[in-house]
Design a protein around this ligand. Sequence first.
Ligand SMILES: [Zn+2]
Length: 324
Amino acid sequence: MTQKTAIIPITLPTPFDVGPVNCVLLKSDAVTLVDSGAKTEESKQMLISALKDHGLTFKDLDHYICTHYHPDHAGLSKEIQDNGVQTFMLKEAVPYVSNDPHFMEQGEAFYTNLYHSFGVPDALGRLELLKLRKYRTFSSSFVPDTLPLPGDQVQGHEGFIFLKTPGHAPDHLSLYHEEDGILIGGDVLLPHISSNALLEPPAVNETERPRTMLQYRETLQYLMTLNLKTIYPGHGEPFTNAEQLITKRLHDHTERAKTLEHLLSDGPLTVFELCRRLFPKLYEKQLGLVVSEVVGHLDLLQSEGRVRVEEENKISYYRREQEL
Ligand SMILES: [Zn+2]
């Protein structure tokens, strides 16, 4: 007789601006932990004590599933795997979580060149690289044991399947229970903030960076076709108004794209100039996020034939296609 899966969120502190992160404990025939929090001593102790409240230690977990490689979700993966727990991630996660040296090196060169082409002053670009390196220290490298495919059953939790939900991260997965309308969604859809479609380097054996904003919008449109009643997000409280929220997120993207298009009315601009105009207060402190946000919306405009890119001395200028 199979048992219905109990879903138990566990909230842990992170050292990041996003605030606390939610892991999820799934209990039925099997015991599975989804996500593990950042690699800090405080977070680790809180996770251990939350599991203890359910009579569990790391060793008692049957499976560990990580939604995506970001350190606030994947940070303690290795510590859990080292206890003999079978670890699941999508195959796209492997170069990130294993700290593949070739991929990391290429990634850094990619960001350096890209930031330069965006017109970001080199000193600010270097600072972002240092921030990225620091960010990565909140996760230990590991190699997942099992790389599930989209549509695969989640072992031991009847009715749950793996979904591929890229955009916020290229390796992002969610767990979906169609009959009960449940999505364990990581950062695919958050109730209080819009998920950033972050800039990413080209995947292994690719030369072009993924258009993460377009991927993310496809993911949102795909989610709209599902039976979504209750979402357990990676940050914030569980919520039920997924359809309304997705509609709002898609609408907000098109509005922001319009704003950017308007900023290009007086002539072509670099990404960095657009960042300063769109986020005059935020751009220096949060340059990485701001650049991702601007480029994502420019990619959207470009995909619709509303802007084009012109290169001059290795700097990219975005020009509005339609005349006013
Ligand atoms: Zn994330």
